[in-house]
Design a protein around this ligand. Structure first.
Ligand code: DQA
Length: 149
């Protein structure tokens, strides 16, 4: 069975209560449940992690090749804008990554406009709330099925 690694970065465990005017009221648990359901319908195994620690995320990405991961779906959260280490890990494993943001990072503070992850990602989805994850999963599945370029 094809495997997709889903990585939720720092503070996304607080979704539902965290700045709900920006991120909405949906919880991470609810997002994960929907992702798992869609994955199951498509015969895809999802491995889902949330971490507030950069090194842990780097380790997970670094081990994804030996874990047989086909695509990485990642919301790097604040590390989007700061983490050379996560960027380098994605480049190192050479597995297609789909970058996700709930909010439109380009419509927010200037420090959020630059993503260090985008240049090493296959593509980015930003600004659709929880729907960004579902669109991202669809894109990841299409990559696996060879229906995307
Ligand atoms: C975010 C956007 C980031 O700028 C922010 O630091 C986050 C969440 C988003 O999903 O919109 O934590 O990645």
């Amino acid at each position: 069975m094809n495997k997709i690694l889903v990585i939720h970065g720092p503070n996304l465990n607080l979704l539902g209560t965290r700045e709900s005017n920006i991120y909405g009221k949906v919880t991470l648990d609810e997002i994960n449940k929907t992702l798992l359901k869609v994955a199951q319908q498509n015969d895809i195994e999802l491995i889902i992690i949330q971490s507030n620690h950069e090194g842990e995320i780097v380790d997970k990405i670094g081990r994804s090749k030996e874990g047989g991961i086909a695509v990485i779906l990642i919301n790097p959260a604040a590390y989007t804008h700061t983490s050379v280490a996560i960027r380098d890990a994605i480049a190192a494993v050479n597995i297609p990554a789909v970058e996700i943001h709930l909010s439109n990072i380009y419509a927010r503070e200037e420090f959020r406009h630059n993503s260090l992850i985008a240049p090493v990602s296959h593509g980015q989805i930003s600004g659709f709330g929880a729907e960004s994850y579902y669109l991202g999963l669809k894109a990841a599945i299409n990559l696996i099925k060879g229906e995307a370029k």
